[in-house]
Design a protein around this ligand. Structure first.
Ligand SMILES: Cc1ncc(COP(=O)(O)O)c(C=O)c1O
Length: 457
């Protein structure tokens, strides 16, 4: 019988996070007003200094405070599972493993960083965190973390998800947070957007702008902004996933993985699983590492690598990244967590360094893959996660054609039990493929015209 589940004991939880920045060439620095590199103090109105230190750190290993580990024990270490039923269905010689991040209380990988972010903010004397959410997973994760750690929490939820996923709002309420639809009437920027585009589905870029505006306008100094992806410290916190997975692959009798796959919105889910393996690749291991994204929001596969703002109102520093332009409003696909115009600078740099190979999938193929998954393994995945499963099925079929026994590892980033409306639309035949038209892409890229270009060493 093939073993299907691999559990680490609580003692084996990683005690340090891995920082990929230590192993990449120096990154083009984030730029502030006037095009000059920003200094840590310029970020101080937005983030607490202890997280800013992590953001700019070049240290390879960073200790995880024991108090954080104690909270993570609620669901970590997360299981590594083997998808034997999918293997049998595909008749593939590949062995398919997945790290099950859907087991956290809010249902995704997001609390791996929500807990440390809330903890470091609290330690710094902050009383309230404000954030945005795409699919609702991040909003739930931060609400949950703030409740456990004792902070107030407010969430700007992208309008389309606010309407598509009402039960996520209920979860945030249960954990004591306030959730409003973005664009909203609660900020200057939200009101401006609503005036110009009253029917907009919203975007993560707009919601980030609203959350930052509210956080920095609190003159008490006790409110900060929190971001659920993209930034170095967020990806750092997520590396606990890949570090656990490495130990679990060993338990399963594997020497490592040949192929690593994860879906990619802002990059933290992918970075979390893959960066410890990118480290191995830098040190000579042969691993194919694939971040997957929607064809509707093809940041890595069709966007340029250049400086851009992280939000629509241009309040963030300029970051060197793959981007579709900060004004890009992605079409309302169901994978709300993958609708972001930019990509984490560290993931972007790994693409430039040819360490990883991005790929885009359309939503129909993703839902087909999600159904194959639900009808073999049994679990109902989040629409975001289906973009990884589409990649896994492709790679498993390729292994079959080649007759090779590959080890495929992917991140099962979340369950889809709050996302059933999208499944209904797919089953009723109402979902179509959508690929971003060239004309729309060029229009959106115009916002980058006068911004600086990163110089690569
Ligand atoms: C279930 C799920 N998977 C993946 C992602 C993408 O996450 P990231 O921004 O970390 O790339 C999200 C984002 O909301 C999500 O909810």
């Amino acid at each position: 019988m093939k073993e299907k589940k691999f559990f680490l004991s609580e003692n084996d939880i990683p005690k340090q996070w891995y920082n990929l920045a230590a192993d990449l060439p120096p990154a083009p620095p984030p730029l502030g007003p006037g095009g000059k590199p920003i200094t840590p103090d310029m970020l101080a109105p937005v983030f607490p200094m202890n997280l800013i230190e992590q953001e700019v750190s070049q240290k390879r290993w960073i200790d995880i405070p024991d108090e954080i580990i104690q909270i993570l024990y609620r669901w970590r270490p997360s299981p590594l599972r083997r998808a034997t039923y999918l293997e049998e269905y595909l008749k593939t010689p590949a062995r398919i493993y997945y790290k099950d991040e859907s087991m956290s209380p809010p249902g995704s990988h997001k609390p791996n960083t929500a807990i440390p972010q809330a903890w470091y903010n609290k330690k710094f004397g902050i009383k309230k965190l404000i954030t945005e959410t795409g699919a609702g997973q991040w909003g739930c994760a931060l609400s949950f973390a703030c409740k456990l750690i004792g902070l107030e929490c407010k969430v700007y939820m992208v309008r389309i998800s606010f309407d598509q996923k009402p039960l996520r709002k209920s979860m945030m309420r249960i954990w004591g947070a306030k959730c409003v639809a973005s664009p909203s009437n609660e900020t200057n920027f939200g009101r401006e957007v609503l005036k110009k585009m009253p029917d907009t589905p919203g975007s993560l870029g707009i919601a980030i702008s609203e959350a930052i505006e509210e956080a920095v306008s609190d003159k008490s100094g006790k409110t900060r902004y929190s971001l659920g992806s993209v930034l170095n410290h967020v990806l750092l916190h997520q590396t606990i996933i890949g570090l656990e997975a490495k130990k679990q692959l060993k338990m399963a009798g594997e020497r490592g993985a040949d192929v690593i796959i994860a879906c990619t919105g802002g990059g933290s889910n992918f970075g979390g699983l893959s960066f410890p393996f990118v480290y191995d690749k830098i040190n000579g291991a042969k691993i194919k590492i694939i971040p997957t994204e929607p064809t509707a929001c093809p940041t890595m596969t069709r966007g340029p690598y250049t400086y851009d703002f992280g939000d629509t109102a241009c309040q963030t520093p300029l970051m060197a990244m793959f981007t579709l332009g900060h004004n890009f409003v992605p079409p309302p696909i169901h994978a709300g967590g993958l609708r972001y115009h930019g990509m984490a600078p560290l993931v972007s740099q790994a693409i430039v360094e040819k360490l990883i190979e991005p790929r885009a999938y359309n939503q129909v193929q993703c839902y087909e893959s999600a159904l194959i998954w639900a009808n073999t393994e049994g679990f109902i995945c989040a629409p975001e996660t289906s973009h990884a499963i589409a990649g896994v099925i492709d790679e498993a079929n390729k292994a079959k054609q080649e007759g090779k026994e590959k080890v495929i590892l992917f991140n099962y980033s979340g369950h889809g039990l709050m996302d059933l409306a999208g499944y209904d639309k797919f089953l009723d035949g109402h979902l179509t493929d959508y690929s971003l038209p060239e004309s729309e892409l060029s229009k959106s890229l115009e916002s980058l015209k006068n911004l600086p270009k990163p110089s690569l060493k």
